[in-house]
Design a protein around this ligand. Structure first.
Ligand code: G
Ligand code: G
Ligand code: MN
Length: 766
């Protein structure tokens, strides 16, 4: 990884924490506080205004100098006597108040000015006339303040009608008051609404109110004195220009370009509804930061966005309600921005966390993988390797091995009391730190017992043999301990032991195992290798009618060596054909002395179709043809499955020589009886993992029972192996099974003991 990449990773690591996501959100919110967030803020406001859209109160009417009025009078500026007529008409009709948004700051002819002044006086001095505060010319930016001319302002009240567009030209706010000529003066809207407010303070105009709903009357109609003014009795009246040709029009949100007098009216309507208040952005931001903390702690991307959305929606709703019910609005964007940032960072973190987690999961089995295990500080590692994994995989299909390993983990993990990790295809591992070294044997024995029963995958039952290796981490890394444990596990498999410890293994011991193979040849030559015979009981007459030859090796120094250690070694080191020929020879010897019985020899999968073995076997049998018809070859299912055509041909050759074929370990693989039909079988041995529980376990019982029936239909005899108790034997008899083999009948016996046992009827030992 590059330095920059590492730094970026470090930063992401930092932001992973919800607290830091919140801090980031707070910082972004503060930045937004000082940035110009007007456009989004206005968009949100316009959205709420659209929801709140409503009509004006109807108490405030506009008398407009509209196109019709201009046409009627046909002069501009209007003669001031027109205004005088209007005031008289309104006063007579009983209008509540009269306000003008018309410039009276320059003198017209003295007669008209006097007429207007008199009307103002008649109206009681309560008519409101405007003062203006505006830029002089485009070149001269000085502010010009203008008031109505002296005769008029003596009999009227003054109010400011200045309009303050925002920089983008939109009018959003209106002032409470303005200082004109050094005197603070209320704005027209404040005066109409009877509100006081600091000069230069403004308030947002409520554009939820539709300006089209403010009642309007044409100036000429009202001023004509024909009684039209009666409609304005008790109303507040605002007089101003709406005719397009008179200008005085401004852009506002939602409603396009509207006359200044309409803006004055909307501002007055706004104030009538209540004292407008704007919550500062900072106050809302504090709320937003609290919400950001909540959002950042959402578990999962969905929860994060739901929380953020909930906050945004709630904030909008509360603001909407506050605007409608309390004339209070708020600046929301910094708070919403902070929450958005928190959600964004939290969602990215969640995504990255998901990817990190996925990298630590084995997809096929859903178990945590080697990377995940190596990251733990496990003191003691146990690794377990599945024996003959390739054969198992070929049997069930490699796509099912993930499920197999998962089932294996499920079976082991309650006993282990922790998570099982998958190291590679064939190996799993777990933490055994809590088991004292002197109790390991005991605890592993418990695991071994768990594996006596086959594992079911998609309805198939698979017998699994494991080799366990245990290694202590010591000063090294967990990864190194995993390697050491794996090595010990493969050694355990090699030796036919269930488990081995990495620390037990001295280089001497490894060398000793290698030299063992050299000694096998000598052992065969010197007769150190022996063959025992395990009787098979014929159930029809309860006589020992058959046996299985099982090789035994008692080493001069090391004592008895287990066949499941040295047979796989002999297979790997190319000595299995010599060993098998030796067993066949000893079996032919036995057949000479044990009259009337047949004896089975185990033939390794490797040998079944090996030409060299066939030639050597032919030579041996040609020399000693006497009892070959009582010879049986036991072949495992996997041997036949690997290459069915080759296997069929090889087995036919044996049969042609008079040797009967027996299928060993039936049930642990995947062959069906229809498939087995292709093989020239005389006998089928049901694996002991099914037999042992057949009388107690319904599923096993059914398998044994149906196997017997189907085998009989195919003319194949059935042997049940691993019979250990009388109940089991009774069950087998009830199924119609032909032979029983197992410790209940007899242990594997030396030749003379076996011969003795054949001559007597078998009876259940008391
Ligand atoms: O009875 P015992 O625990 O020894 O048998 C252990 C394993 O060794 C069994 O699976 C048995 O089939 C196998 N075995 C015993 N003798 C021979 C033999 O002569 N040849 C082969 N290939 N396997 C044998
Ligand atoms: O795989 P094969 O059928 O060759 O296995 C024979 C093995 O089964 C030998 O190791 C033999 O000692 C063992 N065995 C024979 N009878 C019994 C029995 O009743 N119970 C158990 N657990 N093992 C048995
Ligand atoms: Mn066997």
């Amino acid at each position: 990884m590059t330095a920059g990449g590492a730094r970026a990773q470090g930063l992401l690591h930092w932001l992973r924490d919800g607290t830091l996501a919140t801090a980031f959100a707070a910082a972004m919110g503060l930045i937004a506080l000082f940035a110009d967030t007007t456009p989004p803020e206005q968009t949100l406001r316009a959205l709420r205004d659209a929801v709140r859209s409503q009509s004006a109160s109807g108490d405030l009417h506009i008398v407009e100098i509209d196109a019709a009025s201009i046409r009627a009078v046909d002069r501009w500026p209007w003669p001031r006597r027109e205004h005088a007529r209007l005031i008289d008409a309104l006063h007579e009709a009983g209008a509540r108040s009269i306000a003008f948004d018309v410039d009276f700051s320059t003198a017209s002819n003295p007669a008209d000015d006097a007429t207007l002044a008199r009307s103002l006086e008649r109206a009681g001095g309560g008519v409101i006339l405007p003062t203006l505060r505006q830029a002089g010319t485009t070149r001269d930016r000085r502010i010009i303040e203008s008031q109505p001319v002296a005769p008029l302002r003596d009999h009227a009240m003054l109010a400011a009608v200045s309009i303050l567009p925002d920089r983008d030209g939109y009018v959003r706010e209106a002032p409470f008051g303005i200082i004109t000529g050094g005197t603070p003066r209320p704005s027209l809207s404040a005066m109409l609404a009877g509100r006081a407010g600091g000069a230069f303070e403004s308030f947002p105009i409520d554009y939820a109110i539709d300006p089209d709903t403010i009642p309007r009357h044409s100036f000429v109609d009202i001023a004509s004195g024909n009684g039209a003014a009666a409609a304005l009795r008790g109303k507040d009246v605002l007089v101003g220009a709406t005719a397009v040709e008179l200008g005085d029009r401004y852009a506002v949100p939602r409603h396009g370009v509207i006359p200044g007098v309409a803006i004055q009216a909307l501002a007055a309507e706004t104030l009538r509804r209540g004292d407008p208040l704007v919550l500062p952005a900072a106050a809302v931001l504090i709320l937003g930061i609290a919400a950001a903390a909540f959002v950042a702690r959402g578990v999962g991307a969905r929860a994060i966005w739901v929380r953020a959305g909930l906050f945004a929606g709630l904030l909008m709703l509360v603001t909407l309600a506050a605007e409608e019910l309390a004339s209070t609005t708020a600046i929301l964007v910094p708070a919403l921005f902070a929450v958005g940032c928190a959600a964004g960072v939290a969602a990215i973190n969640h995504h990255l966390a998901g990817r990190r987690a996925a990298a630590r999961i084995d997809a096929a089995s859903d178990l945590p993988n080697r990377l995940a295990f190596a990251e733990t500080a496990t003191q003691t590692v146990v690794a377990a390797i599945v024996d003959r994994f390739d054969e198992v995989a070929a049997g069930i299909g490699s796509e099912r091995t993930g499920t197999l390993v998962r089932r294996l983990a499920e079976r082991l993990s309650p006993a282990i009391g922790g998570a099982v990790h998958r190291l590679d295809e064939r190996a799993i591992a777990w933490d055994a730190s809590s088991i004292a070294p002197d109790r390991r044997g005991e605890s592993f024995d418990a695991l071994r017992a768990l594996l006596l029963h086959p594992i079911e995958v998609d309805g198939r039952r698979i017998d699994i043999r494991l080799g366990l290796g245990v290694a202590d981490r010591g000063e090294g890394s967990t990864a190194a301990a995993i390697e050491a444990a794996l090595l010990a596990a493969s050694r355990a498999l090699d030796r036919g032991e269930f488990w081995a410890s990495a620390s037990d293994e001295s280089p001497d011991a490894a060398a000793a195992n290698l030299s063992l193979m050299g000694e096998l040849d000598a052992a065969i030559d010197d007769g150190e290798l022996d063959v025992h015979f395990q009787p098979k009981l014929r159930l029809s007459d309860r006589r020992i009618a058959s046996a299985e030859a099982l090789v035994r090796w008692t080493h001069r120094e090391r004592g008895p060596i287990r066949p499941d250690l040295f047979i796989p070694m002999a297979e790997r080191h190319d000595r299995i054909d010599r060993l098998t020929l030796y067993v066949v020879g000893r079996t032919l010897d036995a057949l000479e002395v044990a009259a009337g019985v047949s004896i089975a020899v185990n033939i390794s999968a490797k040998l079944v179709a090996a030409p060299r073995f066939h030639r050597a076997l032919d030579a041996l049998l040609d020399a000693r043809p006497a009892n070959v018809s009582r010879l049986i070859f036991e072949v495992t299912e996997s041997a036949a499955m690997a290459d069915i055509d080759g296997a069929v041909a090889a087995l036919e050759r044996y049969r042609a020589r008079g040797i009967a074929i027996s299928m060993d370990d039936y049930g642990t693989g995947q062959s069906t009886l229809t498939y087995i039909k292709r093989l020239p079988l005389a006998e089928l041995k049901i694996d002991r993992s099914f037999v042992q529980h057949a009388h107690r376990n319904r599923g096993d019982g059914i398998l044994v029972h149906s196997t017997v029936q189907l085998a009989h239909e195919l003319g194949i005899k059935v042997v049940a192996e691993g019979v250990e108790d009388a109940e089991c034997l009774a069950f087998l008899e009830s199924c119609g099974c032909d032979y029983a083999q197992g410790w209940l009948i007899a242990r594997p016996l030396p030749l003379d003991a076996f011969v003795a046992c054949v001559s007597e009827p078998w009876a259940l030992a008391a």
